[in-house]
Design a binder for this molecule. Structure first.
Ligand code: DGJ
Length: 703
């Protein structure tokens, strides 16, 4: 709901209130937090009161979109220059309420209703700024635009999608930081005086820093306290700046990072920032995650898949790498029969003459040496076993050793006069050029329309280098989105699994097109528990693609039980990454059991509310619970850590159940109330194999 009273803007969904107001032409932020529940008039007035108390001068003011060079010396959200000046000073012109959230050509939250559009103007720069706000059931979407009204060029160094100002307080900042094989570590630190920045300048989202931050009251925990989550729907360079000032006020700017030299805006040109998502919770990090998850399931993820149970796949990568031929793959497909697997995915190595990672990216035609009869025999064999078929692409990449590169060396991102930097022996294509995107689309469609393919794994194995301008960085990202648009339109039933050397591109813009993303190349269940736990801070379980792989694990060399590997992988989209043609009868039995069980539980796991009960980051012990929206079922995975002598039992107190209802805990064969399970808890055995896991099924029952 959008309430407007005498230049005070109050946005609320009944759960949070977000408010700002106009004073002497400037837009000041005044409140973000739990919904103000009193009458409309009083609510907006009390909001105004809070604002006036804080905003005595520009130096310490809380602005809605702070600029540089006009008396506010903290980190600005908008930096615009002209020939005349390097300062900006936009003042309020008016507002409009748009009936629906406008489309602006980039992925953003779907099905947004009434949208508040604020117009600001700077007469000296001769530019207008537009701020957009849409309230959703579970959060707020914000973005901004700048339009050059004059004849001379404007230079845009920064335009944050949103700035959120927090009043004097003690805050912690929580980010998701990582590296290849160990994405999404939760890093929490006090927002002490100064600027803390989370950012990626890799041209893509990166393993290192996710476009996500949580501002938490210092005492907030997993299920208590106020927390505010910000996430950017963007897959390129980004910047989240958090400045705690001399009065312990905190300013957070979130947006795309415009690189060196800025963006030049000619007459009439508009720059649109990507959209930021802002979520409020007064139930700690868990409450925030559940809101992000609901919001993304309902308003972000491709609706063709958001409500569907994902297929259980077996992927060829760790069993074959590049070393396969038709015969080996047919055996692999035969091996997948009878295991409850839905789809066989052929990973890297099927195209050009790709026997290793030095060649052929860009040559999206079948390698007849490996597959002399094309994909037909493989797909027919899949059909015979009622399996579907999926295939791997890395659309944005080209190897110098490829036919594509020989024919079009200028298609790779490069600076004239310099050797391009190679990473994994490859260059990145200049996707800011429509003809490059079109040509890749043509090659991919040729494969997708010639064969019955239901699944694509879209990989991207290097960050950008040799980018010649700030515009190219943005153009590249828009080019990626345009290829996604074309593919999802032309092949609406094909499920695209996102991937970037594991989870290097886990961001909401990717989720807009790819309903699931390969969470990490590290499939060791103990390691994965950490990555999945971290990713779930913002991203729903239905987006985490998790595979059970062979042991000793290819990344860590560790051996964990098949049961533990299955239990951890089941907390998301379950799949397999092992040679089903060569596994033992015992393992086949276990896969069949796991997939059968998963099919029964998938509705709850993929669409339920997540409660993180024990964090592996603390002592290696892990426990997560998913509860169906109607609270009738819960699914719990517990993994003990290293076996330690004389450990106390682990008391796990469940959450999210109906306190008065009776529940049956299948594996313990006990009946008790929701209250017993939530307040008394279950005592779980910590003795046993290192990292042994338990799965518990809890179902509402009659008394
Ligand atoms: C990186 C991915 O994360 C892997 O799963 C696999 O697809 C390889 N690329 C293939 O090159």
């Amino acid at each position: 709901m959008i309430q407007i009273l005498d230049k005070i803007f109050h946005l609320t969904n009944g759960d949070f209130s977000y408010s700002f107001y106009v004073k002497e032409g400037k837009l000041y932020h005044s409140y973000f937090g739990k919904a103000l529940t009193v009458s409309e008039e009083i609510a907006t007035q009390s909001v105004l009161g809070r604002g006036l108390l804080i905003n005595c001068g520009r130096d310490a003011a809380q602005f809605e979109m702070p600029e540089s060079g006009r008396g506010d010396f903290r980190v600005p959200a908008a930096v615009v220059r002209s020939e005349k000046t390097i300062s900006a000073d936009f003042t309020y012109c008016g507002y409009e309420i748009l009936p629906t959230k406008p489309n602006f050509g980039m992925p953003s939250l779907r099905d947004g209703g009434e949208t508040l559009k604020i117009t600001l103007k700077d007469d000296v720069l001769n530019a207008e700024m537009y701020l957009y706000y849409t309230v959703f059931e579970n959060g707020l979407a914000r973005r901004s635009e700048i339009k050059n009204l004059g004849k001379s060029v404007l230079y845009l160094d920064k335009l944050s999608s949103a700035c959120v100002e927090f009043p004097k307080g003690r805050y912690d900042l929580i980010g998701l930081n990582g590296r290849w094989g160990r994405e999404c570590n939760i890093v929490r630190a006090a927002a002490t005086c100064g600027v803390k920045t989370f950012s990626s300048v890799r041209g893509v989202t990166s393993h290192q820093h996710n476009p996500f931050v949580t501002v938490a009251e210092y005492s907030a925990g997993e299920e208590n306290g106020e927390v505010f989550g910000l996430n950017l729907i963007y897959s390129g360079n980004f910047e989240i700046e958090c400045e705690s000032d001399e009065k312990s006020q905190l300013r957070v700017n979130i947006g795309a990072k415009i690189m060196h030299g800025g963006i030049a805006l000619g007459k009439g040109e508009i720059f649109s920032s990507p959209e930021a998502v802002i979520v409020y919770s007064d139930c700690g990090l868990g409450g925030m995650s559940r809101k992000f998850h609901r919001l993304y399931r309902k308003n972000l993820i491709n609706p063709a898949f958001a409500d569907k149970i994902r297929p259980v796949v077996v992927n060829s990568w760790e069993s074959c790498y590049f070393d396969f031929n038709e015969d080996k793959l047919l055996k692999f497909i035969d091996g997948a029969k009878g295991l409850g697997i839905d789809t066989v995915v052929l990973d890297d190595g099927w195209f050009g003459r790709r026997d290793n990672d030095t060649s052929s990216l860009g040559d999206w035609f079948i390698d007849k040496n490996k597959l002399p009869h094309g994909l037909d025999p493989l797909i027919s064999r899949c059909k015979k076993h009622s399996l579907k078929f999926g295939i791997w692409f890395e659309p944005e990449a080209v190897n110098p050793d490829s036919e594509m590169y020989k024919a079009h060396p200028d298609w790779a991102l490069k600076t004239d006069g310099r050797e391009g930097i190679r990473m994994r022996n490859q260059f990145t294509l200049d996707f800011s050029r429509a003809e490059v995107v079109d040509s890749v689309f043509k090659m991919m469609s040729e494969i997708l329309s010639s064969y019955d393919i239901s699944y694509v794994k879209w990989d991207m194995n290097r960050p950008l280098s040799d980018v010649v301008s700030a515009e190219k960085y943005l153009g590249f990202v828009k080019g990626v989105y345009s290829l996604y648009e074309k593919l999802t339109k032309a092949f609406p039933d094909v499920l695209i699994e996102g991937c970037s050397s594991g989870g290097g591109r886990f961001d909401p813009a990717m989720l807009y097109y790819s309903p699931m993303i390969w969470t990490s190349d590290d499939t060791d269940a103990f390691e994965r528990a950490h990555v999945q736990y971290g990713a779930s801070l913002c991203y729903p379980l239905q987006t985490l693609s998790n595979h059970v792989s062979v042991c000793p694990n290819h990344q860590t060399g560790r051996t964990l039980s098949f049961h533990t590997r299955g239990a951890i992988a089941s907390l998301g989209c379950l799949g397999y990454e092992l040679n089903v043609a060569e596994i033992s009868e015992e393992e086949r039995k276990q896969i069949a059991e796991q997939t059968a069980l998963y099919r029964k539980d998938a509705e709850v796991i993929l669409k339920g509310d997540l409660y993180r009960l024990i964090s592996p980051f603390e002592n290696g012990v892990f426990c997560e619970e998913v509860v169906s929206e109607d609270k009738s079922k819960a699914y719990v995975v517990f993994m003990r850590g290293l076996n330690v002598c004389n450990m106390p039992l682990e008391r796990v107190r469940l959450k999210g159940l109906d306190a008065t209802a009776m529940y049956y805990v299948k594996e313990k064969n006990v009946k008790c109330t929701g209250a017993d399970l939530m307040y008394g808890g279950l005592c779980l055995e910590v003795y046993g194999e290192d990292f042994g896991a338990e799965i518990l099924h809890i179902e509402r029952t009659e008394n």
